[in-house]
Ligand binder design. Structure first.
Ligand code: B12
Length: 331
């Protein structure tokens, strides 16, 4: 049964935005649960096999096409962005590079906790309401919902780019059976003629603007893939141990708008506290859990990180070899 709120959908949407700001979210918008306009693009993407081993994306496709299936009683989606950018992210000697989003505490728990507090603020204002929160781990088409909630556009690098913020943001979604006034979708494409992300990708993972072949993406290869890294793509990893930020680093919207995240739990842990590549290559499961269990790196698993560490070590040796050969060409 649909609850009757004590306040209007417009007032509730305003409450959501105020509460989101107070909780530290960088932006908040509202949309409905209509079928996704990106369903055909998703189907083409899956048919091309760009999901690789991520079979869950096929299983979850019905919900990605029609987000209302996630919770048929939901009437509104409150979508939030949370910044995680930090400038100083270079690895300490002997370590690999970790993508910015994973340098602090695991963001899933932080986002879920904040979304629960957002729900509590809405329930207090409405005098009723039920809520379910998602951030990353779930079947919702989060970037499409964020675009529809007016928060930004999906760029050529497939990232949700928000005007005035850029793309260094996590997306969180709070579904509710309350009715909130929806925002106008973000229909503009502000990438223009820029192709920097497409050209900078170290493994040429974009077959077309706005389409990522995940099976070539360093993020997929170092986090999601369980098998070996294809030899022809290994060099593209460079020093990247976990995840990749290249297509965001070069984005002019990030160059201009990136600002340090305030959330202490997203602060990078000191570079020297990460395990070295040699340690990662030889860790037991228990050591791995102790060292990285509270971070997003857990997703890759011990074997995955050991594989990545070995690849980065080979790349480092190649680099050193190439530098020496350039210095003494006759040697
Ligand atoms: C699977 C997944 C991945 C996969 C595949 C990524 C991908 N681009 O599809 C891998 C492992 C590679 C990955 C990597 C990363 N991910 Co990820 N990932 C997801 C996940 C779980 C699902 C994404 C998905 O459905 N992909 C399938 C494709 C088809 O869907 P989509 O990218 O949303 O598609 C949009 C566009 O591509 C576009 N589109 C599709 N086809 C076409 C065709 C044309 C012609 C055009 C113009 C457009 C277009 O329309 C779609 C809808 O808007 C979401 C969380 C979620 N539940 O949504 C997080 C999510 C997208 N990831 C996120 C992050 C942070 C990352 C990384 C930055 C992490 C890192 N540093 O390593 C990288 C970025 C790489 C990149 N450029 O995408 C954030 C993105 C936040 C943001 N501001 O955009 C999300 C939303 C998680 C979160 N809650 O914060 N990820």
């Amino acid at each position: 049964m649909t609850p009757t709120a004590a306040v209007s959908p417009t007032a509730l949407a305003a409450t959501a935005k105020r509460a989101a700001r107070a909780l530290g979210f960088a932006a908040c918008g509202v949309t409905d649960l209509a079928p996704s306009g990106a369903a055909a693009a998703l189907d083409r993407w899956l048919a091309a096999g760009f999901q690789g081993e991520m079979a869950y994306l096929e299983r979850q496709a019905p919900v990605r096409r029609a987000p209302a299936l996630a919770w048929p009683e939901a009437r509104s989606a409150v979508v939030v962005l949370h910044g995680y950018y930090h400038a100083d992210v270079d690895p300490a000697p002997g370590r690999g590079r970790v993508a910015r989003y994973a340098l602090g505490d695991d963001y899933h728990a932080v986002m879920k906790e904040r979304l629960a507090r957002l729900g509590a603020a809405l329930a207090a204002a409405a005098g009723t309401g039920r809520f379910r929160a998602w951030a990353d781990a779930g079947p919702l088409p989060e970037r499409e919902l964020a675009r529809r909630a007016g928060l930004g556009w999906v760029g050529k690098n497939t990232m949700l780019i928000a005007p005035g913020l850029g793309s260094w943001t996590f997306i969180g979604v709070l579904l509710t059976d309350l009715a909130l006034a929806p925002d106008a979708p973000f229909d503009a494409d502000r990438c223009g003629t820029c192709r920097r992300c497409l050209e900078a990708c170290p493994t040429q993972a974009f077959p077309a603007p706005g389409v990522l072949d995940a099976t070539r993406c360093v993020s997929y290869l170092t986090i999601e893939a369980r098998g070996p890294i294809p030899p022809e793509l290994e060099r593209g990893l460079g020093d990247r141990l976990f995840g990749c930020d290249v297509c965001q680093d070069v984005c002019p919207w990030n160059v201009r708008f990136a600002r340090e995240a305030e959330e202490p739990r997203f602060r990078p842990r000191p570079a020297v506290e990460w395990p070295t590549l040699a340690e990662l290559a030889a860790m037991t499961e228990r050591e791995f859990d102790e060292a990285l269990g509270a971070t997003a790196l857990e997703r890759a698993g011990r074997a995955g990180l050991a594989r990545n560490a070995a690849a980065v070590l080979r790349n480092t040796r190649r680099e050193v070899g190439a530098t020496q050969a350039a210095r003494c060409p006759a040697a």
